[in-house]
Structure formats: C-alpha cells, structure tokens
Ligand binder design. Structure first.
Ligand code: PEP
Length: 252
C-alpha cells in the first residue's frame, strides 16, 4: 500500500494564540480540498488549544513541539505526553535538532519520549540529521543510523510503524540551504534500508520519512517526487498560509 504523504509545519517560538489562531483558520480554508495528504501543525504549547479549535473538522492535526521525558513530577516549565493527549492533541515532535543542539536533548531522551508518547497514543515525528561537520567528515549514515536506532530501540514493530521519521540535515534548517533531491533521497533510502534490516518488511514499507530543511513551495515538488521522501517537515515556510499551502499542493 502506498504511503500517504504527510506535510507538517513546525511553528517554533512564533505566533501567540491570536496570530496562531488566524493562521490556523486560514490553513483550514486553504487546505479544504487538499486530496490525499496528511497535514499537521506544531504551534507553541500556549497556542495549541486555540489552533486545535480553529482547525476542528478540517482533518488538520495539531501537536506539541516537545514533551518531557518523565510522565509527571517536579519538572518546572515543561509539558507531558499525557497532558497533550488530554488536551486533544494527536502528535508530537521529538528530537528536533534545535532541541538536540540548544537544549541538550540526547538519544536516550528521545527514546524515553517516544515511549511516553506512544503509551499515550500520541504519534511522534522523530527528527534525525547530521551537522555540516559530520557530513564533511563522511559520517552522515553513521550519525543518522545511530539516531534512528536509539529512538527505536526495543520497540515492537507495530509501535515503530506508528512513528514518522524526519530527516533534517542540521545545515539545511533555517539556512535557506536545501539538500538536493539526490542528497535527501540517498539518506532516506539508507534509513529505509536500515529499517528493512532491523524490522519486519511492513515497517520499512509503511513508515513515512519526511524531509526537512528550508522546504519552500518552489523546491517542494522535486523533493517530494523522490521515491523515499514521503512528506516534509517545514519551519519558516509554514508560518504563512499561502507558502504552507503551496508545499501541500506540491504533493502529487
Ligand atoms: C524545521 O524547523 O524543522 C525546519 C525544517 O525549518 P526550516 O524549514 O525553516 O528550515
């Protein structure tokens, strides 16, 4: 069965409830006739409920950009998988490179969050990707395979199939520098090969692997046309309804 394309918007630390609600309403209307493509947006936690209300009935999913690695307790300033689920959210980003680079996220932390998310029925998008130094040192495959292996370690095949991976080369995030379709496809195929080697065949066939890194309406079609690229995780271009809708429309 063909994988349904999946486009997600990571709004990062942008758009408080009022602006986020406006963007969400604009997206619900701009994406009303989007065809067979899944769409999710990740506003800040404070804007998430407003956004969820604004997109209700549109099929657009809403998630958190981050959850804590413990279920509850004395962890000031964070949100849990259970709270996200209780609030009606359905998805969560885990291991975004900004979390890894700026907030000390580790492979072990990613793994713990994946488990908590799945236990609450939240569908994770797990982000992986190499830095420019790692690429220049010929370590792309080693780094990305290590991150994928750590995130999925010990999970049952059915659990793994519920996860979306996002390959996001760190040097392409927010830089305007996009991986070429050939560069991206090479890594996506390598991740799918790794999945094939470690899980039953259906996992590699079913799992969506998004590309992320300066995706825009003008470069989305050629990336999404690649065999192993099943969608996009979009930062900057997801903050305007017309550019995000342009990327969704690039799905063929
Ligand atoms: C991201 O934050 O996941 C991302 C891909 O950002 P941008 O599209 O701005 O590069």
């Amino acid at each position: 069965m063909a994988r349904v394309p999946f486009i997600a918007g990571n709004w990062k630390l942008n758009l408080g409830p009022a602006e986020a609600g406006e963007l969400a309403e604009a997206l619900a209307s701009a994406l009303a006739d989007r065809g067979e493509v899944e769409v999710a947006v990740f506003p800040t936690a404070l804007s998430a409920l407003t956004v969820a209300g604004a997109v209700e009935g549109s099929g657009i999913e809403v998630g958190l950009q981050e959850i804590h690695s413990a279920a509850s307790g004395a962890f000031t300033g964070t949100n849990s998988a259970r709270m996200a689920r209780e609030a009606g959210l359905t998805r969560v980003l885990i291991g975004h490179s900004e979390r890894r680079q700026l907030f000390g996220e580790t492979d072990a932390g990613v793994r713990a969050k994946v488990e908590l998310a799945l236990a609450e029925g939240l569908l994770p998008i797990v982000c992986v990707g190499e830095t420019l130094e790692e690429r220049d040192a010929g370590q792309v495959e080693a780094v990305v395979h290590r991150q994928v292996a750590a995130a999925l370690e010990g999970l049952e095949p059915d659990q793994v199939a519920a996860i979306t991976l996002a390959y996001e080369p760190v040097w392409a995030i927010g830089t305007g520098r996009t991986a070429t379709p050939a560069q991206a496809q090479e890594v996506h195929a390598s991740i799918r090969g790794w999945l094939r080697a470690h899980f039953p065949a259906f996992v590699a066939e079913d799992m969506r692997i998004q590309y992320g890194g300066s995706v825009k309406p003008g470069n989305a079609a050629e990336l999404l046309a690649c065999e192993d690229i099943d969608g996009a995780l979009v930062g900057g271009a997801s903050l305007k309804a017309d550019s995000f809708a342009g990327i969704v429309a690039a799905v063929r």
